[in-house]
Design a protein around this ligand. Structure first.
Ligand SMILES: CC(C)(COP(=O)(O)OP(=O)(O)OC[C@H]1O[C@@H](n2cnc3c(N)ncnc32)[C@H](O)[C@@H]1OP(=O)(O)O)[C@@H](O)C(=O)NCCC(=O)NCCS
Length: 323
């Protein structure tokens, strides 16, 4: 197989791109979207000018065989964050990877240029744990390993004892009355994690309750009896249906306990509740992703019986100074 020509992606490439992503994920998983609907949403999030952000390689048999995407994730702390994604069909020769990478870095250079000045930027990308070639290519180009994202799974047990809660706390379904308080609790919880998203009011619904795969039945808030001035949301869990999975799987997408409430069994209680509900809703597996530098969360999940699925990936970054 070889690439015959290169063109920008078009919105109706979502179907062939999803097929390419599925093939690539079998060999080198990095958590790419598997369904055309999700790939379509990803393309839409890049804005109307797909030629600026994407490159598609069409193979000699007419199939979409390679894809590169440079996404501007906005500016935070004076740094423009640019996410690079390169996907190559496993049957393509190694040089295609180099070509995709060169195009991405050039494109990132353009994205960070505003009015002729290059802003300070950080380029971030994922690389499968088993992808030695991709890893070498990135390191030779100045990227460094930042962390590994572990992909953990747990077969939903037939039954598990309910977990107790400290007095004054109640597990409640996610309720729109607590939408903003849940967002504040989320952002406080993730304040020490520099890589974590801290959604604003506009982007929060899409991160949580308005996510297209949101599972209200498995999601919950832990509400504390507190004075009116305090935020009652002590902990939260948002679950999504994992549509790309081969058996019915629920994804524990985002969960946390606010610092004053930690080490009192809150996260355990929310996950055990999600297990019970997952079983009744027909899910066979729970899945989640956690960074290998998040020792508290790893300890929590391991204690609950989660194990590695083998689909983890590395996150690498390269800083570009302002010019
Ligand atoms: C990870 C987190 C959710 C744990 O919440 P929690 O309500 O404190 O967890 P629990 O009280 O149920 O902890 C259960 C067990 O997990 C392990 N654990 C939890 N926090 C730990 C820590 N800081 N250090 C070591 N082990 C820890 C312990 O085995 C603990 O049992 P123990 O207290 O009897 O020793 C919380 O620290 C947090 O919100 N962190 C920031 C957000 C985050 O990282 N979320 C997960 C993203 S994947």
């Amino acid at each position: 197989m070889k690439v015959l020509h290169w063109i920008p992606a078009a919105p109706d490439d979502a179907v062939p791109l999803a097929a390419l992503f599925r093939q690539a994920e079998v060999h080198a998983p990095v958590g790419l979207d598997q369904r055309a609907e999700d790939v379509g949403r990803r393309l839409a999030s890049l804005g109307p000018d797909l030629a600026r952000h994407t490159l598609v390689g069409v193979a000699d048999d007419g199939a979409v065989a390679a894809y590169a995407e440079a996404a501007d994730m906005g500016e935070a702390d004076g740094l423009r964050r640019i996410r690079l994604t390169a996907v190559a069909h496993p049957d393509l020769p190694g040089e295609v990877r180099t070509e995709l990478h060169r195009w991405l870095v050039e494109r990132a250079e353009q994205l960070r240029r505003v009015g002729g000045t290059a802003q300070a930027a950080v380029l971030g990308t994922r690389c499968a744990e088993n992808d030695g070639t991709g890893h070498r290519l990135l390191v030779e180009d100045g990227f460094s390993l930042i962390r590994h994202e572990r992909d953990l799974v747990l077969a939903v047990p037939e039954s598990s004892p309910a977990a107790g809660l400290p007095p004054g706390l109640a597990l409640e379904p996610v309720d729109e009355r607590y939408e903003e308080l849940a967002r504040l609790a989320h952002n406080e919880t993730y304040a020490e994690s520099p890589a974590a998203l801290r959604p604003d009011r506009r982007t929060w619904p899409q991160h949580a309750t308005a996510h297209p795969h949101f599972l209200p039945d498995l999601s919950c808030l832990l509400l504390a009896e507190v004075s009116q001035a305090d935020n009652p949301v002590a902990a939260f869990l948002f679950a999504l249906a994992d549509e790309g999975a081969d058996e019915p799987t629920a994804l524990l997408h985002c969960l946390g306990t606010r610092p004053p409430w930690r080490r009192r069994g809150l996260a355990t209680a929310m996950i055990v509740r999600a297990q019970h509900r997952a079983r009744s809703a027909g899910f066979r597996r729970l899945r989640l992703q956690v960074s290998d530098i998040n020792h508290p969360a790893l300890a929590l999940y391991r204690r609950l019986g989660f194990t590695e699925s083998g689909r983890g990936y590395a996150v690498l970054m390269r800083q570009l100074a302002a010019e």
